[in-house]
Design a protein around this ligand. Structure first.
Ligand SMILES: Nc1ncnc2c1ncn2[C@@H]1O[C@H](COP(=O)(O)OP(=O)(O)OP(=O)(O)O)[C@@H](O)[C@H]1O
Ligand SMILES: [Mg+2]
Length: 132
């Protein structure tokens, strides 16, 4: 029996079992960051983590344009956004990122979704969706 099954079948079927939280990791072009951030704020997204990262996709070693300059180095600057959300908000956030991050050119980035087991607000130890 997997950990997930054993938890669902256990006595812990309270609020915790009903919550479903998803982490969205979006790697986007730095030039699109302000627009994406504004659009996410408009749809009511509050918490997020933003990191300056470097990466490459499948054109490794090929030329990409960044701020009007061509780069042939294989690691280019990108912005990584991380958000943990209640399941119900995920589609809206993904649509918003797709619309605002897209330039249509190579290197526009990726969105990865994964399940989150638990969230805890450190200040008051609230858990689950209440902690988001
Ligand atoms: N499979 C992956 N795992 C983790 N990060 C990735 C992956 N693919 C891409 N990335 C990240 O996303 C950034 C942008 O990737 P990119 O959009 O170039 O992907 P791609 O598959 O080459 O698509 P495209 O053909 O549109 O360029 C990379 O620089 C890297 O940071
Ligand atoms: Mg690419």
């Amino acid at each position: 029996m997997s950990r997930r099954e054993s938890r669902q079948g256990s006595v812990r079927q309270g609020a915790e079992a009903e919550t479903s939280m998803i982490k969205i990791e979006a790697i986007i072009q730095p030039s699109r960051f302000e627009s994406v951030k504004d659009a996410l704020r408009e749809i009511g997204i509050e918490g997020m983590t933003v990191t300056e990262v470097r990466g490459h996709g499948r054109q490794k070693g090929h030329t990409e344009v960044y701020r009007g300059r061509e780069y042939t180095v294989d690691l280019l600057p990108k912005i990584k956004l991380e958000m943990v959300l209640p399941d119900a908000l995920v589609n809206r956030v993904v649509d918003t990122i797709l619309k605002t991050a897209k330039t249509g050119k190579i290197g526009d980035g990726k969105i990865f979704l994964s399940r989150v087991e638990e969230a805890i607000r450190i200040r008051n130890e609230e858990r689950g969706e209440n902690a988001l």
